[in-house]
Design a protein around this ligand. Structure first.
Ligand code: SF4
Ligand code: SF4
Ligand code: SF4
Length: 592
């Protein structure tokens, strides 16, 4: 049977077909839909969100050692968080097959950096597979479990944004019944004290030699011969772009990317006048091939920054003198509707940023919707490094600059559970005068509103007890704690002032959920009385997409404001700051 599936859906289907028993991860674009699909369509597999990728990886390791085939998912930066268990799990090896997905984000569509995690697989001495479409995403995942069990190793499936989110036809089959594996005590294999680890390191080295032999004969590395004297070595979405631009050349398609089939590549290169490596981001293949003494070229024509595209590949091939002209149509900016990223109308984060902007303090930021607070006109963030970094950043700034400058860290609820707790513990332990605002919107909102330990529901929809942030914060030793209504601007402003003036670490918890959650805040929208509006533009500066310029102007020619009532959620923030009280509820407006 055939189904139309995105790459992420195909991975989920592959896990189901491979007989996976446990799927675990932390949401992060472009990987999120893998586990969402598991929970929606493949409910016979136990699936869960963990508070962060390291925990997810460790849960997965436990499931694998316990005998189950296991899937762990994350975006590329998540692998930084999970790197610690990965490096040692590469030594212990698996029991039930263990595959983790690294969904890389070339071009940083929704990420803070552009790392190429193929390098991580080499670093950890484990194999990776790199699919080029939805069918391969499923097939490679299933094969990855066989590789994992045969070679006793964790295996990485490296996806990228275009493969994760592009749809394709996939042939689906009934699930396999993998041979049952039981947990067997084996501390020499699973307990990495130095004496055991030294032995396992030798095993890892031999395993790489065995995997290199496998790489030469796996069907995921193959030659497509078109009788050309030009050879292209490529994998993943870069292969699709190259094929689209130059189907006439010969291809060595890489699907099993580490270790590379260097002997096969050597013969392929020898049979061609010129061979180029077309790969996205880092020269991972090119460098290894060159290091083996094989003459290829690549990055000098295609570049190592940002996403490739058919037109970029075509330009590179033209520069190399292999094609005459670039005929791939460019998608110009004008063809697309401009939509700058912005906090939603009624977003509960807006009030806190308005208060912080008014106070003019240094604000260390974190990863989540609230990162958008850095943009004009809010301009409310001064740093953003990685998940959970805001509190540590604030501590460092405060320690060197002194508390007189006033440092505030903002962090979301999901991010606080992910990796903010230890930062706050540091603030308590080292008595930092930071003020931490936990922007509690009751969701992992940036990736689409996934559940977390504070929402009271699991990924599979089971109701569970909520972790109470106030109790948690107090248990960490925080004495100064306040909860504030994020829609009450004056209360938020004075709360931040008060807590900043209080010695020692303090925590402010904002209390309104994300407006995209099933319940809206207030059904009645606001409108603007143009008679009362003086065009002062204060409401424009809060960056609510529901507020726009009207065609009416004041005496200085400045536009008065109007509200798009289909977007307004009635959060009240603009009404609170309007100096002329021109912003009224729709029902009040009708009476006025
Ligand atoms: S999704 Fe929710 S939290 Fe994120 S910007 Fe929109 S309203 Fe705010
Ligand atoms: S804040 Fe009030 S007076 Fe100023 S532009 Fe907006 S609606 Fe008009
Ligand atoms: S009340 Fe004002 S700030 Fe809130 S959503 Fe409506 S227009 Fe935007």
């Amino acid at each position: 049977m055939k189904q139309l599936l995105s790459g992420n859906e195909a991975v989920a289907r592959g896990a189901y077909e491979a007989g996976v028993k446990m799927a675990v991860g932390y949401p992060g674009t472009p990987s999120t839909e893998i586990l969402e699909t598991m929970a929606e369509r493949h409910r016979s597999v136990y699936s869960q969100w963990s508070p962060n990728e390291k925990v997810a990886f460790e849960v997965g390791i436990g499931a694998s050692i316990g005998g189950a085939r296991t899937l762990v998912t994350m975006k590329h930066v998540g692998l930084n968080v999970a790197a610690d268990p990965l490096m040692t799990f590469a030594y212990t090896g698996v029991n039930g097959g263990f595959v983790f997905v690294s969904a890389d984000d070339p071009e940083m569509h929704s990420s803070q950096n552009e790392q190429d995690n193929r390098i991580f697989a080499r670093f950890a001495n484990i194999p990776f597979l790199e699919p080029a479409d939805s069918q391969e995403s499923k097939d490679m995942l299933v094969a990855a479990y066989e590789i994992s069990e045969r070679f006793d190793t964790p295996v990485m499936l490296r996806m990228t944004t275009r493969i994760s989110h592009t749809m394709g036809i996939v042939e689906v089959i009934e699930p396999l019944q993998p041979q049952e594996r039981k947990f067997v005590k084996n501390p020499e294999k699973y307990v990495m004290i130095p004496s055991n680890a030294k032995v396992r390191h030798v095993v890892v080295a031999q395993r790489l030699i065995d995997l290199a032999k496998y790489s030469e004969q796996t069907p995921f590395n193959y030659i497509e011969s078109n009788g050309s004297k030009v050879g292209i070595i490529s994998g993943g979405v870069a292969y699709q772009y190259a094929k689209e631009v130059a189907p006439q050349f010969d291809y060595y398609k890489i699907g099993f990317g580490y270790p590379l089939p260097l002997e096969g590549i050597r013969q392929f290169v020898a049979a061609h006048d010129i061979t180029l490596v077309v790969e996205e981001l880092e020269p991972v293949y090119e460098d290894q091939i060159k290091a083996a003494g094989v003459k290829v070229e690549g990055k000098k024509y295609f570049g190592a920054l940002g996403e490739l595209s058919p037109s970029r590949v075509a330009k590179g091939l033209k520069e190399a003198g292999l094609i005459d002209k670039v005929v791939v149509p460019e998608i110009t900016q004008e063809d697309l509707f401009p939509r700058p990223p912005v906090l939603c109308p009624g977003c509960p984060h807006r009030g806190a940023f308005m208060a912080l902007k008014k106070l003019g303090v240094a604000v260390t930021g974190d990863i989540g919707c609230y990162t958008l607070g850095v943009l004009k006109p809010l301009n409310a963030l001064d740093t953003c490094i990685c998940m959970g970094a805001s509190i540590g950043n604030a501590i460092g700034m405060e320690k060197v600059q002194g508390s007189a400058t006033g440092t505030v860290a903002v962090i979301g609820d999901s991010t606080f559970f992910h990796s903010g707790i230890t930062g706050l513990l540091d603030a308590v332990y080292n008595q930092s005068n930071v003020t931490v605002i936990i922007l509690d919107n009751r969701a992992t909102a940036m990736t689409g509103g996934q559940e977390h330990p504070g929402t009271g529901k699991t990924l599979m929809g089971e109701p569970v007890g909520r972790t109470d942030i106030q109790e948690l914060v107090r248990a960490l030793g925080v004495k100064n704690f306040e909860e504030v209504d994020a829609y009450d601007f004056d209360a938020t402003l004075s709360c931040v002032k008060r807590q900043m003036a209080t010695p020692g670490p303090s925590v402010i918890l904002t209390s309104r959920p994300c407006v995209l959650m099933p319940k809206r805040i207030m059904d009645e929208p606001y409108q603007i009385d143009l008679e009362l509006c003086n065009g002062c533009s204060a409401c424009f500066r809060i960056s609510c997409p529901a507020i726009a310029a009207s065609t009416e102007t004041n005496e200085r020619g400045h536009a008065k404001a109007i509200i798009d009532e289909t977007l307004c959620t009635g959060c009240t923030l603009c009404a609170q700051i309007c100096p002329t009280e021109a912003i009224l509820l729709k029902s009040q407006f009708a009476k006025a």
